[in-house]
Write a protein that binds this ligand. Structure first.
Ligand code: SF4
Length: 459
């Protein structure tokens, strides 16, 4: 989207996707030689894997790339993306770079690269400069998607579609909720900013023609909020008679209705991710969720009576987690995760600067106030040990084969399996094959391992 915005502003843009590059430095070197850029923008999605049980920082690999860039060209470098937005000054410091964007980059990147010639970057919303001490500028969040995304113009979408035949689409940005641990308010802003349904559907329709994709995933913060949004978008999809199916990457259990589930089925939603994080009122309140156990149970009943497959996500070890709260979550999984569904379980919560969890972690002595949090740091409830949590899960979950643990998703066999599944035309999403995947990872699964905190993998 940033590349598209720069292009539309009159820049000549060369886009490099390092996702599949075996020799990224070589690729960068060739591009700099051929293109000789006047400015370089880098988007960083994640700075670590958020995995308490086997934490890995990506910053060391990223620094290799940025050090190489600095040694290859004197063009100004601007970093951004969600990994940067959550702690921009810390990331700039670590990478020894000067400029970063907080939040979305379509406007800020254009203005920054225009300012390279004028030298005036003092009033660019969202721009942070380490040396010039520009900091905490509020990102420009008034406009939603100043450019219409055209992924296929910049990326070789065929390579991604071979891995999993689905393309992302964003119907809104921001989130008006204030969950204790979440960084979305920082990355996308603290209010809902909705796109016109007609524009979202038009984007899907064009992407279908350009890429051949027939499945799309709505990657909004929460798909069914604010009230009325889900209906407006799905009715537009039905009106346009798109021959596509859809997934949803985050559905809140709050206030889900039978009518909404029926509408989702009718519009072609085949699977969704539900994000209660816990099934206990005590821990839901501690995480500042805006729904209750009753909402979760109601949503589970509605979805189990539908054709839509659900992946239920849980974050274990949050504030006030103990044996009793964990028992509630286990009981929920045992009662509601049916044959078509799975549970995704993350243990420990990554602490990010400026969140309520950060404040709590300082008060409880989990981290020092001076800790930059650049390396993965986690909160785990003082009311239960990780080992005890593991034993409680192992003894309490009646069907472990339907549970996917975050650490298990790093298994090297999953990539080839995924590709094979796509080649064979197996319908997605791939989490629906959790029981097969779990059979392959077998005794190597994290549930059979030691759950004591590990030191950070820096390679
Ligand atoms: S609802 Fe989701 S995106 Fe919004 S604040 Fe909570 S965790 Fe973050």
């Amino acid at each position: 989207m940033v590349a598209q915005a720069l292009f539309e502003a009159g820049f000549v843009v060369e886009f490099i996707d390092l996702c599949f590059e075996k020799k990224p430095l070589q690729r960068i070197s060739e591009a700099i030689r051929k293109f000789s850029p006047d400015g370089i923008g880098i988007s960083i999605r994640n700075i670590d894997n958020c995995d308490f049980l086997s934490p890995k920082s990506f910053l060391f690999e990223i620094k290799e790339l940025t050090d190489f860039l600095k040694s290859s060209t004197s063009a100004p470098i601007l970093i951004g993306g969600s990994g940067v937005s959550i702690m921009p000054l810390q990331v700039l410091q670590f990478l020894d770079l000067d400029y970063a964007v907080i939040g979305e980059g379509e406007v800020a990147a254009v203005r920054f690269f225009q300012s390279v010639t004028t030298g005036d970057n003092g009033s660019i919303p969202g721009l942070i400069s380490r040396k010039e001490h520009l900091s905490d500028h509020n990102p420009a969040q008034a406009v939603i998607n100043p450019v219409v995304p055209q992924i296929y113009s910049w990326l070789d979408t065929r390579r991604y579609l071979k891995l999993e035949p689905v393309l992302p689409v964003q119907g809104k940005r921001g989130c008006a909720n204030r969950c204790l641990y979440c960084t979305y308010n920082r990355i996308e802003g603290g209010n809902w900013r909705l796109r016109e349904a007609a524009s979202v559907v038009e984007e899907i329709s064009i992407a279908m023609r350009q890429t051949g994709a027939r499945e799309f995933e709505f990657v909004d913060s929460i798909f069914n909020q604010p009230e009325g949004y889900l209906e407006t978008l799905l009715e537009e999809i039905l009106r346009r008679r798109l021959k596509a199916t859809f997934r949803v990457s985050s559905l809140s259990p709050k206030g889900l209705t039978k009518g909404q589930v029926k509408l989702m089925e009718k519009a072609g939603i085949t699977s969704l991710v539900v994000t209660p994080e816990t099934a206990s009122d005590v821990t839901l309140a501690a995480l500042r969720k805006d729904f209750t156990e009753a909402d979760i149970n109601h949503a589970a009943e509605l979805l189990s009576g539908s054709s839509i497959k659900a992946l239920w996500c849980f974050l274990l070890g949050g504030p006030k987690e103990n044996v009793n709260t964990l028992a509630k979550t286990i009981d929920f999984v045992n009662r509601h995760i049916g044959k078509k569904d799975s549970a995704f379980i993350t243990t420990g919560i990554r602490i990010y600067p400026g969140t309520g969890l950060h404040e709590l972690a300082i008060r409880e002595g989990v981290v020092e106030e001076s800790d930059s949090l650049l390396m993965p740091s986690f909160y785990f409830s003082p009311e239960i040990t990780p080992q005890k949590a593991r034993d409680t899960l192992r003894n309490g979950l009646s069907d472990l084969s339907r549970c996917i643990f975050l650490s298990d998703t790093r298994s090297s066999s999953l990539g080839p399996l995924r590709r094979m599944g796509t080649l064979l035309g197996l319908p997605g999403p791939f989490w629906r094959y959790a029981d097969y995947m779990n059979r392959i990872t077998g005794s190597g699964r994290i549930i059979s391992s030691d759950w004591s905190p590990k030191s950070v993998d820096r390679k």
